[in-house]
Design a protein around this ligand. Sequence first.
Ligand code: B12
Ligand code: SF4
Ligand code: SF4
Length: 382
Amino acid sequence: MAAPDSLKAEIIAQATAQGFDICRIVDATAHAAAGEGLRAFVEAQHHGQMDWMAARMDERAAPQKLWPAAQSVIMLGVNYGPDNDPLAALKETDKGVISVYAQRRDYHDVIKKKLKALARAVVAQTGAEVKVFVDTAPVMEKPLAMRAGLGWQGKHTNLVSRDFGSWLFLGSVFTTLALPQDEPETDHCGGCSACLDICPTRAFPAPYKIDARRCISYLTIEHKGMIDRELRPLMGNHIYGCDDCLAVCPWNKFAQTAGEAKLALQTDYDRPDLISLSKLDDAGFRKFFAGTPIKRSGRDNFIRNVLMALGNMAAPTPTHIEAARARLGDEAALVRASAVWALGQMLDMNAADIDSLRRHMAHNGDHDEAGLVAEELAHLEN
Ligand code: B12
Ligand code: SF4
Ligand code: SF4
């Protein structure tokens, strides 16, 4: 077997050949501080409906709890820097804003393939055991990446890189090899608070802490059911994820546009028209978003997001109002209830209008076991 230093250099060369933009090594020993942060986050209920975060916390906090034989973690990053300013689209309120990562092919698929290819190369060269992880595994990728020196966890809690700003996807290869460690990165946020100040929903109870329940990314991707009434108007035209706190970071001036062709931005998903999106049925939704992470959120939750955006439009036209009204007859109670909210935002309704809306919906023979539609109608009357 090659000596550790040259072996590490070969692994980095392999990672580069696979299209990773950065590769550094951290030992697999326990990370007590990250575990405490995670426990505090879960105890404060900041994870919302993401119950899986409360399970397997010990494994999340410490790579060796997840895989006792692991000696080192090869931490990897892929740059997905956009070539435009994601904040500009927020002004076009008749369009939906899809976060930068989701306007590309599903990074889980793209990165997993790269991780597996790298892992195979390590096994072929050393005979060591390996396991690959990206995003969905019980691994705390950001604290590990900080310890490996890929960047630091900024006040918005994401990893910031000196070379790539906010725009790095993370992944890891755990291995039984004991490899030379890299130096951790230190915090370079200083007195800046741009990410905390820009957050539309005030999702940061304090710097370096996020309450996911208020984060638009969580609300549009992970949260099932109706969204808190108080938060809906603050979501603007975000319909899948949110990049506001990432995009405003001054370290992005060093960012580079993504080089990986498989992660190229797809124009269909750049500011799509809200009216067309609102018309997607289940099959249309799956076809339009095939190969993207959006497909996984499910059609009903997605149309709910589109209706929130319609309700938040600065100057809705009669065609926009018609698009929301058309969803009053939707199969899903979640969508119908969201349509009621959107119309309430778009129109100045009097008691007679509300009564006619109620009769219109009754005429559609609604089944509303969870009472979502009834609650929205009742709220209109108050
Ligand atoms: C759950 C999750 C989410 C949740 C929660 C976000 C979060 N900040 O944790 C939601 C759905 C909101 C989310 C959103 C996004 N996500 Co996400 N998400 C994850 C996931 C699966 C787990 C993260 C995690 O463990 N969170 C738990 C908290 C506790 O951990 P932490 O953020 O490291 O918090 C530390 C400190 O802040 C502190 N702390 C936090 N809360 C508290 C509370 C108290 C009281 C205390 C004392 C301490 C404390 O302790 C922690 C340990 O040091 C990771 C993938 C992975 N497996 O790691 C991707 C990941 C973090 N997401 C990612 C991305 C890209 C996003 C979005 C940008 C997507 C988008 N455009 O919409 C947004 C960004 C929102 C934001 N500002 O964070 C990338 C980030 C890449 C990077 N450069 O950092 C990751 C790593 C996925 C990947 N493989 O690339 N995400
Ligand atoms: S992603 Fe958006 S909503 Fe979530 S914390 Fe950042 S700015 Fe706030
Ligand atoms: S915007 Fe400012 S505070 Fe937030 S992560 Fe970037 S440097 Fe840190």
